[in-house]
Design a protein around this ligand. Structure first.
Ligand SMILES: NC(=O)c1ccc[n+]([C@@H]2O[C@H](COP(=O)([O-])OP(=O)(O)OC[C@H]3O[C@@H](n4cnc5c(N)ncnc54)[C@H](OP(=O)(O)O)[C@@H]3O)[C@@H](O)[C@H]2O)c1
Length: 291
C-alpha cells in the first residue's frame, strides 16, 4: 500500500516531477546562502529557542534518504511487475544505504560533540533527503535500467566497477577526514579531563562543545573542507557507475556541490577570522587550485 498515493512511491510521471522540483528548488535555496549570513548549524550555530540538539537533529534529517530508497526498492518493482532487479541496481542501492547508515546513524553517535541545529536547517535537510531518496530510489527500483540489456547500453561492467572503486575511495577518505575532526575534540577532551582530574575531579566529565582547531591530517593540509571534497568524489563515483545518463545521480551531485560549496567558502572566512590569515592563507576552501 502506498504511503501517499501516486507520490510515495511515485508514478513515473510524478517521479519526473519530483526530480524536476529537486533540480530547481534546492539549488535556489542553496544560493540563498550567498545573500544570508545566518546558518543555524555547526560553527555558525547560535542560541535559539528553535534549536534541536545536534545529534537528534542529524539523525532525524539524514534518515529519510536511505529509508526512502529502501521503501522504493521494496514497493516499486512489485507494482511494475519486475520480479528480479539486475545486480547493479542492488549494488547501487546498497552503497547508498551504507553511506547513509554511516552519516545518519553512526556519525552522530561517534561525534565527541555536535553544535545544535536550527529546526529550519533540519527541515530543509530532511526535504533534501526525501526528494533525493525518491529520485534515486525510484530510478533504481523501476524507472532506470531494469534489465541486463538496459544496463549494457548505459554503463558497461568495467565502467560500473571503476565507479564503485571511486565511490569507495571517496567514502573511506570522507570517513578519514571526519575522523581527524573527531580526534581534535577527543584529544582536547583527554587534555581537559587530565586538568580536571588533577584539580580533584569534582567537576565531572570535561566538555569540548565548540572546541575548534585547524585540522592537519591528510588533505586538510591543503584544503579546509577536505571531508566535503571527498564526499563529492564519492557521489561522482556513484554517477560514473550509474552511467552518464543517470539524471537523479547528476541532480544529487550538483545539489551537494550547491549546498556545500558556499558553506566551505564561508567556512574558510571563519577560519581566517578565528586563527588568522597567516595560518590559513595557503589552504584552499574545498577545491584545490579553484576555491
Ligand atoms: N553540511 C552539508 O550540507 C552536508 C551535506 C552533505 C554531506 N555532508 C557531510 O556531513 C559531514 C559533516 O558535515 P558538516 O557540514 O557538519 O561539517 P563540519 O561543519 O566541518 O562539522 C563536522 C563535525 O566536526 C566538528 N568540527 C568541524 N570543524 C572542526 C574543527 N576545525 N575542529 C574540531 N571540530 C570540528 C563539528 O562540530 P560542531 O558541530 O560543533 O561545529 C561537527 O561535529 C561531512 O563529512 C560532509 O561531507 C554535509
Amino acid at each position: 500500500m502506498a504511503i501517499v498515493e501516486g507520490w510515495y512511491p511515485p508514478t513515473r510521471e510524478n517521479w519526473q516531477t519530483t526530480v524536476l522540483i529537486f533540480q530547481i528548488l534546492y539549488p535556489a535555496l542553496s544560493l540563498m546562502q550567498l545573500f544570508i549570513s545566518w546558518y543555524g548549524m555547526g560553527k555558525t550555530s547560535v542560541r535559539s529557542a528553535f534549536n534541536l540538539p545536534g545529534r537528534v537533529a542529524w539523525v532525524l534529517m539524514e534518515m529519510p534518504g536511505f529509508t526512502t530508497v529502501l521503501y522504493m526498492m521494496k514497493t516499486l518493482p512489485r507494482m511494475h511487475g519486475i520480479d528480479d532487479l539486475p545486480w547493479q541496481n542492488r549494488v547501487l542501492a546498497g552503497l547508498f544505504v551504507i553511506h547513509y547508515i554511516y552519516r545518519a546513524v553512526v556519525f552522530p553517535l561517534i561525534q565527541p560533540s555536535m553544535s545544535p541545529i536550527h529546526v529550519l536547517v533540519a527541515l530543509m535537510a530532511a526535504g533534501f533527503q526525501v526528494l533525493n531518496g525518491v529520485g534515486i530510489g525510484a530510478w533504481l527500483a523501476a524507472y532506470g535500467p531494469v534489465t541486463a540489456e538496459a544496463w549494457a547500453a548505459r554503463s558497461s561492467v568495467a565502467q560500473f566497477c571503476v565507479g564503485i572503486a571511486i565511490f569507495y575511495v571517496g567514502l573511506a577518505a570522507n570517513f578519514f577526514h571526519d575522523e581527524e575532526l573527531r580526534e581534535i575534540r577527543r584529544a582536547e577532551k583527554r587534555r581537559r579531563q587530565r586538568v580536571l582530574d588533577k584539580q580533584g575531579g569534582a567537576g565531572g566529565a570535561a566538555s569540548v562543545e565548540k572546541h575548534y582547531q585547524i585540522p592537519q591530517a591528510g588533505l586538510f593540509k591543503h584544503v579546509l573542507y577536505a571531508h566535503y571534497l571527498c564526499e563529492w568524489v564519492e557521489w561522482f563515483g556513484f554517477l560514473v557507475a550509474a552511467g552518464w545518463g543517470c539524471v537523479p545521480a547528476w541532480t544529487f551531485l550538483v545539489n551537494e556541490v550547491f549546498a556545500m560549496l558556499p558553506r566551505a567558502v564561508k567556512g574558510k572566512k571563519w577560519y581566517v577570522e578565528k586563527f588568522g590569515e597567516d595560518k590559513i592563507r595557503k589552504r584552499w576552501a574545498v577545491l584545490p587550485g579553484v576555491v
